[in-house]
Design a protein around this ligand. Structure first.
Ligand code: PXP
Length: 243
């Protein structure tokens, strides 16, 4: 089934730049407001355990100031679960932060951690938070995500974006197959990591993917053309690819 395609703008790297000097500029909440005005359907922010970019205060301010759905990327730790339950963002995307939580490629190892992830997914869902798991486009990870009750998966597109030539085509085929498997299992399917104006097009063309979360490229491109234009161009390419 063909679905609407939303753009979630990840604002972490605005905070990365701010934190390079300390202080308050540039403000990720201001970036989130601009993203909302430029056609973003949601805001994504990753509260890391080490608070490398987004801070707890940023999260408080985002929740208060932004009327778009907030997708909180988080590790499956008791601290992060407590924060999510306190804030109740629209969505939580569980991502790997520690080396042992990763598959060889970079997504969350759901298949290897079913027992510890199942209660995390259940407690977030019970609080009314939409839960997604950030996984590699591999059949056993998708099957495991479904088995532990996650309603949404986000496919890691990093390997596809990093590859070149025939290898990129092979990685794209994995993403296409993964989206088809998710659809068959009744999972909502998102994708993200490393997407650019070039790499977004074939992914946006996959009709069952309903959300792309994009950050680094948009913030980098904003240095040259401004954040509003970088988001508008990305959205334009997504719409074009989908139609
Ligand atoms: N989706 C998830 C789950 C992520 O962890 C990230 C990176 O923070 C992204 C999307 C966005 O990736 P990028 O910043 O490379 O666009």
């Amino acid at each position: 089934m063909k679905r609407d395609l939303r753009l979630g703008v990840n604002i972490d790297h605005v905070a990365t730049i701010r934190n390079a000097r300390g202080g308050r500029h540039p403000d990720p909440v201001r970036a989130a407001k601009l993203a909302a005005d430029s056609g973003a359907a949601g805001i994504t922010a990753h509260l890391r355990e080490a608070r490398r970019h987004i801070s707890d205060e940023d999260l408080d301010r985002l929740m208060a100031a932004i009327h778009l759905p907030l997708n909180l990327e988080m590790a499956a730790t008791p601290e992060m679960v407590a924060i999510a339950l306190r804030h109740k963002p629209h969505a939580a995307c569980i991502v790997p932060e520690r080396r042992e939580e990763r598959t060889t490629e970079g997504g969350l190892d759901v298949a290897g951690q079913r027992d510890s992830l199942r209660p995390v997914v259940a407690s977030l869902l019970e609080a009314g938070i939409r839960v997604s798991l950030f996984i590699e486009p591999s059949p056993h990870q998708i099957e495991a995500a479904h088995a532990i009750g996650a309603p949404v998966i986000e496919l890691h597109t990093g390997a596809y974006c990093d590859a070149l030539g025939a290898a990129r085509e092979r990685e794209l085929a994995r993403v296409v197959a993964a989206a088809a498997q998710a659809e068959q299992l009744g999972l909502e399917c998102h994708a993200g990591h490393g997407l650019s104006y070039e790499t977004v097009i074939p992914v946006a063309a996959i009709p069952t993917i309903s959300e792309l979360n994009i950050g680094h490229f948009l913030i980098g491109e904003a240095i040259f053309i401004g954040l509003e234009d970088s988001i508008r161009q990305m959205r334009g390419l997504m719409i074009q690819a989908r139609t």
